[in-house]
Structures are given as structure tokens and as C-alpha cells.
Design a binder for this molecule. Structure first.
Ligand code: FAD
Length: 314
């Protein structure tokens, strides 16, 4: 099923929803663990899950394989990420055909970052320069079969001259056929709220989901935030400074901050929350419980072994 239909149904009923992003692990054991984790987290009833496409196309087969297995065996609706980095039109078409054959109906269409060793993004031979070209290609080749999500940047994409230019390009992706925008992570909720207002002001009407990355470790936070966010509220730095060497305290703070940020976003009218899980359960679960979004009945469900793994092996 297309996730945009599920999202619109939730919006019509005024019901808050959430979705979980995962990435393909590097080892076979990691993949097995991920299937179990996705199964366990399915008990929280996410509206959909998505699987990233490794930088430079490094995980193409694994992204397809995990997305296909989750779609077939877990009962969850999958969104598969797909980037243009190192991908010719032919290989993009093959990946989309494979996704379609596996019953996947949702693609997060991305340009991707420059291949390793290159400072600027340059399309590969026979490939695409921008995500908008990929959106157009999907619509041309597959009509309305796929729901297409695209990336949005509340602080502007690092390559863009300014937010205004970036928003113009974001609108081009929607005009080309995208149904949904998922945002880059951020830690200043006022920036996301302003971003949505500016999108609406230029005529972008599709749902825009905030990307929430709970702080799980101080090192991870400094690495990700330096790559993806320009503006971190000073109170976050002040809160982390005295506890940065205490992993448990950092995680607990990350949960409290996540709850506070999500409350502010829900109060401002966002329809749902997109959780960057980093393949971990605890912080995402505690944030959603802290927001009272997981019903008590679901909280008490006993842990069950991975049904997805068993079905996959059968
Ligand atoms: P685009 O929308 O093409 O934008 C890239 C830059 O080009 C922007 O500065 C934009 O303003 C500019 N631009 C766009 N169109 C034009 C035009 N016609 N003329 C001139 N300039 C233009 N990366 C991965 O490798 N794998 C993933 O799975 C992945 N998942 C992501 C999920 C989300 C929700 C987000 C926010 C990012 C994700 N990324 C992922 C990172 C992403 O690939 C990078 O941020 C990449 O640099 C840009 O991709 P894009 O699709 O936003 O590009």
C-alpha cells in the first residue's frame, strides 16, 4: 500500500502517527539482529518503516533484500531509499523493478552525496544530477505505482546558496510528482516550524514529516549534528557538557529532549513523527511512551521471537 494513503487516512481522522528509519548493517549477524529488532519494534505499530540506501550506493543489494523481506514477511509497509550516486538509469530502473517485484510501493527518491573522494556531486555516466530527475524518471517509467517521498532541509541543504533557493528546488520535486517530504534531522523545533510555514507559503501542500534523531551518545550527536545541522540551541550544549562522558545520562537526556521536541512539534500541528532509530529500540520507544502515543495494551505485549526470520527461512 502507498504510505501517502495511510498518512492521509490518519490526517483525516486527526490521529498522530510515527514511522521508523533503519539502515543496512555491515555484518550478517547485524542483519539477523536487525530483523529481530524490526519485528520487536513492529509491536509499537509504526505507520511505515524505511531502509536507507548506503552512501555511494554501497548497500544497494542489501537495502533491496532487507526492504523486500520486511515488506513480504513482517506486515509492515516499507519505504525504500534510492539515490542517484554511482547509478546509471539502467541500474536505477533495475532497482525499481526489483522493489516493485517485491511488492514495495514506496520510494524515498534522493540525489545522494558525492561519491567518495569527490567534493561536488556530478552525475555518473547515464545518471541523474538531482533528485527531481529521479522523481520524474519514476513517474515516467512507473506512472502512479509508487508513492514518492523526497528529502527536505529545514536549515537548507548544505550545497544551496540559501534556504529560498533550496525551497524552490524542493517545490520542483513535489511538482514533478513527490507525494511526501521527510525532513533532515534538526534540534531547534522553531526552525522546522518556520520551514513548514515557508513551504506552505510557496504552495507546497503535501505532508511534511519532521525527522527526529534521539541523542544516543555524545560522539554520535556531535558527528551527526556537525554534518546535518547548523543551529543547535545553546541549552543542549549546556545540558550535555557536564554529562558527555556518562553514556546512560546522555541517553536519558536524549529521551527527555526528544519528548520535549516532539511535544512542541505536535502542538504546532505536525501530523506525525519520523524517527531516525539508528537501528536501536530503547530511545524511540521511551520517547513515544513519554508522549502517550503507544497504547498501554501495546506496551505490555510480551517480547516474541522474530516471526519475520522464521518465515524468511521457511
Ligand atoms: P536534491 O533534492 O537533488 O538537492 C541537492 C542540492 O541540489 C540542494 O542544494 C538543492 O537545492 C540543489 N538542487 C536541486 N535541484 C536543483 C536544480 N534543478 N538546479 C540547481 N540546484 C538544484 N543519503 C544516502 O546516501 N542514502 C540515504 O538513504 C539517504 N537518506 C536520506 C533521507 C532523508 C530524509 C534526508 C533528509 C537525507 C538523506 N540522505 C541520504 C542524504 C542525501 O542524499 C543528501 O543530503 C544529498 O546531498 C542530497 O540529496 P537530495 O535528494 O536532497 O538532493
Amino acid at each position: 500500500m502507498k504510505v501517502i494513503d495511510k498518512i492521509n487516512a490518519k490526517i483525516d481522522k486527526n490521529e498522530t502517527f510515527y514511522s521508523f528509519e533503519y539502515f543496512p548493517p555491515k555484518t550478517t549477524a547485524g542483519v539477523t539482529n536487525l530483523y529481530s529488532r524490526i519485528d520487536a519494534m513492529a509491536q509499537m505499530d509504526p505507520l511505515f518503516c524505511d531502509m536507507t540506501w548506503g552512501a555511494g550506493g554501497s548497500t544497494d543489494k542489501l537495502t533491496l533484500e532487507i526492504s523486500a523481506n520486511v515488506q513480504k514477511f513482517s506486515g509492515l509497509e516499507m519505504v525504500m531509499h534510492l539515490t542517484c550516486t554511482n547509478m546509471s538509469r539502467g541500474s536505477i530502473k533495475n532497482a525499481l523493478d526489483a522493489a516493485k517485484d517485491a511488492g514495495i510501493q514506496n520510494i524515498l527518491a534522493l540525489r545522494g552525496d558525492p561519491p567518495r573522494g569527490m567534493a561536488e556531486f556530478k552525475e555518473c555516466e547515464g545518471g541523474f544530477s538531482y533528485a527531481v530527475d529521479l522523481v520524474k524518471f519514476i513517474r515516467k517509467e512507473f506512472g502512479d505505482y509508487f508513492c514518492i517521498a523526497v528529502a527536505g532541509y529545514p536549515e537548507g541543504h548544505p550545497d544551496s546558496k540559501n534556504l529560498e533557493q533550496d525551497l524552490i528546488h524542493l517545490k520542483e520535486k513535489v511538482v514533478a510528482g513527490a507525494d511526501l517530504i521527510v525532513s533532515q534531522l534538526f534540534y531547534d523545533t522553531s526552525i522546522f516550524i518556520e520551514f513548514v510555514k515557508r513551504c506552505r507559503a510557496i504552495g507546497i501542500t503535501c505532508p511534511i514529516l519532521p525527522g527526529i534523531m534521539p541523542i544516543q551518545s555524545y560522539m554520535g550527536f556531535t558527528r551527526m549534528s556537525s554534518m546535518c545541522c547548523k543551529s543547535i540551541p545553546s541549552e543542549i550544549h549546556e545540558a550535555l557538557a557536564p554529562i558527555k562522558d556518562n553514556d546512560e545520562a546522555v541517553k536519558d537526556y536524549g529521551v527527555q529532549l526528544g519528548i520535549k521536541m516532539c511535544k512542541e512539534l505536535l502542538d504546532a500541528g505536525v501530523p506525525g513523527l519520523h524517527m531516525y532509530t539508528l537501528n536501536l529500540e530503547r530511545s524511540t520507544r521511551l520517547i513515544l511512551e513519554g508522549l502517550d502515543l503507544i497504547s498501554p495494551a501495546r506496551r505490555e505485549l510480551p517480547w516474541r521471537p522474530s516471526t519475520m526470520l522464521k518465515k524468511r527461512q521457511a
